[in-house]
Design a protein around this ligand. Structure first.
Ligand code: ADP
Ligand code: MG
Length: 342
């Protein structure tokens, strides 16, 4: 009879297993680091990727920074400045709150953080977190630079699942563009192997917003949209609905943000489609960029470690509101052009 011995896993292995839930590829690292920059109130975020983001991802923001003594702690598991209690979790308004991103990234790559809260010199620490670790002085303007190198260098099994640099970079680019849609007032720049690929200045005017949407979603989208902005019973839906005539065969022009967080949700997709009603052939997918704003207490954002799924406390209310606003907007939108469903 073979002996089955129960042992507690060592801490490194626990961290690597946990990291697997959040960090799948370079784009998931980018997602977490962009969220942190946004939560820090950044006005400008610059992303440098090297080798598809596998070899290098460097994200620099001009947000509030991290105090020197807390820089190592930021990389400790379950360490966060964003919530302190269950009550705060239930009404969390920041994108992050789990305190898992930096420790996860640190456990599967080479991570370093440089930061300054006042621009008067900066402080630097490298991962992984070690108790008693101290930050060392360095030069850094106000804000934070997080640098990730050699993703999965110590987890060959995961590294094998990465695709080509080109494919990984495509995911990075998509992540950056989607994030840029969620925060018009923030500037985003992305470069790959030294070449600037995207440069979105802060979009504070209609023209700049339109040009950002055109670049992210597609030119064909902005030219045929209906603007929406309706508030009712604590809910607000604003953004752009594509005319039925530009509906797609795939769901690739659908961008939905709940309180600034990009989400995928069946209730939402279904409600919007229902709002389009008969004007849309059943196989066609509506195009939209929509922002739902609501009391954070009405939506559970802790449904998934990577936080792209949410649970609405009152699904029926959300569904009814979305489909109503969409159908009203379509009904009120100029003389309906004859539409040919194929
Ligand atoms: P979470 O975002 O869930 O709190 P993270 O592991 O992503 O967890 O980050 C841990 C903490 O490090 C954050 O709560 C925040 O205090 C700090 N932090 C991380 N990135 C930044 C940043 N770019 N600017 C300022 N503070 C940051
Ligand atoms: Mg975070």
């Amino acid at each position: 009879m073979s002996k089955r011995i129960i042992r507690q896993l060592n801490a490194d292995l626990i961290d690597q297993i946990a990291a697997g839930e959040v960090i799948e590829r370079p784009a998931s690292v980018l997602k977490e680091l962009l969220e942190n920059a946004i939560d820090a109130g950044a006005r400008q975020v610059d992303v440098e990727a090297g080798g598809g983001g596998i070899r290098l991802l460097r994200i620099r923001d001009d947000g509030h920074g991290i105090p020197p003594e807390q820089i190592p702690l930021a990389m400790a598991p379950h360490a966060t400045s964003k919530i302190t209690s269950l009550d705060e979790l239930e009404r969390v308004a920041t994108l992050g709150f789990r305190g898992e991103a930096l420790p996860s990234i640190a456990s599967v790559s080479r991570l370093s953080i440089r930061s300054s809260t006042d621009g008067d010199g900066g402080w630097e620490a490298t991962g992984p977190y070690r108790a008693g670790q101290q930050a060392a002085p360095c030069a850094h303007p106000r804000g934070t630079t997080v640098e990730m190198r050699d993703l999965f260098h110590n987890v060959p099994a995961r590294r094998k699942f990465l695709r080509t640099e080109q494919t990984e970079f495509r995911h990075i680019d998509r992540m950056l563009r989607r994030t840029a849609l969620s925060r018009f007032e923030t500037g985003f720049r992305l470069s790959h192997d030294g070449r600037v690929v995207r440069d979105y200045p802060a979009a504070t005017t209609d023209a700049r917003r339109a040009s950002r949407i055109a670049d992210v979603v597609g030119k064909g989208f902005v030219e045929q949209t209906i603007e929406v902005d309706t508030s009712r019973a604590g809910l607000r839906l604003w953004g752009w609905l594509g005319q039925p005539s530009i509906a797609r065969s795939q769901a690739d022009w659908q961008y939905m943000f709940v309180n600034g967080r990009a989400i995928r949700d069946k209730v939402v997709t279904h409600a919007i489609k229902q709002g389009f009603g008969d004007v849309l052939h059943h196989a066609r997918q509506p195009a939209y960029v929509l922002f739902l704003e609501m009391d954070p207490a009405g939506v559970d954002v802790n449904a998934h470690p990577a936080k792209h799924e949410v649970r609405f406390r009152d699904q029926g209310k959300i569904h009814g509101f979305l489909s109503h606003v969409v159908s009203q907007a379509l009904a009120g939108a100029a003389p309906t052009k004859p539409h040919h469903a194929e």
